[in-house]
Design a protein around this ligand. Structure first.
Ligand SMILES: Cc1ncc(COP(=O)(O)O)c(C=O)c1O
Length: 466
């Protein structure tokens, strides 16, 4: 990697504060100067191509520059780009609601693809509220749950529980229900308490014989929930895939257990599908990997617009919506507003993304190509004692960097960061989570590019640890 800094990088370092990192790191490892992006490839100013193996923070579900999404964006921009969503409506936003509900309710592509009929098909989810990014979508979900409980005669249900090691975004409410100390601890004085439920049934993926078995772990989880049963407004979780917490997977059957427990105790469930949904885990919602496991509130973002534009959709049941239905004077309205809620450009692109998911058989591509990711990482780990705990589902696979004896690396050595630098030099953006390396490419990445990503991962870990 040529560390000589271009004129643009010099200007960047003078003005730009990059997200989620130590700015000083950019002094000797400058930001990559992107001039174009197509599919899973970024083109840099010096002509090099870099594979986007992390789908640009997990959002580019359909790759960069998807022509259908681009055309939808341009067409909408020529019509109207944004109109306040309070007091107004338009056909694309209503259509998107109908399609998202059908998708989340588990109907097939005929119900949410390009030819989907107009109108709502009855099912579990019945309403869509829009926010403008994942974190604010989570805030909406928390507020909806609290207010719904209060307006359903349960005003003392004001607490939240969440699964340990979870991540739900960076705003204060989302951080409060998250459990990643790296992002959260500094802000502790601002955060509200949340009960973290540990002892999760971690598994390696669908090939794990206990993938759908939580018999061993559930009793302790139930015991941890029991004292909270009368206080909880809701339980928040990333279904199946805990992304920022280290790309860890737990048995989908836990969701069915939580659903039954929540129903028995008048507790609501909030599924944060922001990273795990929209096909990433091999189903349109990760919650679909379990039976009878739909939450009361599901939050979608990231892949919702194929990663083109920020948008979050918060899906709820009719029952929950009914708790807000009253005369104005009753003071029961949900008074949350994000200026760009339901932004017309983002909605147009989201509709086009659903067209693409259906017409390009994206789930079938994940089913065909995704297993190669985890097979590839398993093959690497067989001959490398410093690669441990391979796991994967859908179009995601991860592995931990360890000492040769399997013990954790000294985090101060920043081994993952060193591997990252090696990978960039070899042509892949492989941004690790501490010492966890993972592949999270666009869902439509083909077998050749997946092989290339695995090859670069192998060469890069060998360069650092081999
Ligand atoms: C599971 C999960 N929830 C919430 C968020 C926050 O989304 P955003 O970055 O759009 O605010 C993320 C982002 O990575 C996420 O992975």
């Amino acid at each position: 990697m040529n560390a000589r800094r271009s004129e643009l990088v010099e200007r960047d370092l003078a003005v730009l504060w990059h997200p989620c990192g130590q700015q000083r790191d950019y002094q000797d490892f400058p930001p990559l100067e992107v001039v174009a992006a197509k599919g899973c490839r970024l083109t840099l100013a010096d002509g090099r191509q870099v594979l986007d193996a992390i789908a640009s923070w997990w959002c580019k579900s359909l790759g960069h520059g998807h022509p259908r999404l681009r055309a939808a964006l341009i067409a909408q921009a020529e019509t109207f780009e944004h109109v306040i969503l309070a007091n107004t409506t338009n056909e694309p936003v209503v259509r998107l609601c109908e399609r998202l509900l059908a998708l989340a309710n588990g109907f097939g592509e005929d119900a949410w693809g390009p030819g989907a009929p107009a109108g709502r098909r009855d099912g579990h989810f019945a309403r869509v509220f829009f926010a403008d990014n994942g974190s604010t979508g989570v805030e909406v979900a928390l507020k909806l749950a609290l207010q719904a409980q209060a307006q359903s005669g349960r005003p003392r249900r004001t607490r939240f529980a969440a699964l340990a090691n979870g991540y739900h975004g960076e705003t204060v409410g989302a951080l409060s229900v998250g459990d990643c100390g790296l992002y959260k601890d500094t802000f502790a004085p601002l955060l509200f308490p949340c009960a973290m439920i540990g002892g999760l049934p971690y598994r390696s993926g669908p090939e794990d014989p206990r993938w759908q078995d939580v018999a061993e772990e559930w009793p302790a989880i139930e015991r941890a929930l029991a004292p909270l049963a009368d206080e909880l407004a809701a339980i928040v979780y990333e279904p199946v895939l805990q992304g920022a917490g280290g790309m860890r997977l737990y048995a989908p059957a836990l969701l069915s257990r939580l659903r039954a427990w929540a129903d028995a105790h008048d507790v609501l469930l909030i599924a944060d599908e922001i990273a795990a949904g929209m096909g990433r885990c091999g189903a349109m919602l990760a919650s679909h990997l379990a039976d009878d496991a739909l939450a009361d509130i599901a939050v979608l973002s990231k892949g919702l617009t194929g990663g083109f534009l920020p948008l979050a959709a918060v899906l709820t049941t009719q029952r929950l919506h009914d708790a807000f239905d009253a005369e104005w004077s009753a003071g029961k309205a949900f008074l949350h507003s994000n200026t760009y809620a339901g932004n017309a450009l983002a909605v147009a692109v989201a509709n086009a993304a659903l067209d693409a998911y259906a017409e390009e058989a994206v789930l079938a591509q994940v089913a065909a190509n995704g297993p190669a990711l985890r097979r590839g990482l398993r093959a690497l780990a067989e001959t490398r004692p410093f690669l441990r705990d391979v796991r994967g589902v859908g179009m995601m696979a991860a592995v931990d960097l360890r000492q040769r004896d399997g013990s954790p690396l000294d985090r101060s050595q920043r081994t993952g960061w060193r591997v990252y630098r090696e990978a960039v030099a070899r042509g892949a953006l492989l941004r690790p989570l501490g010492d966890t390396m993972y592949l999270f490419p666009p869902l439509n990445t083909g077998p050749g590019d997946l092989r290339a990503m695995i090859g670069i991962l192998a060469d890069s870990v060998d360069a650092v640890l081999g």
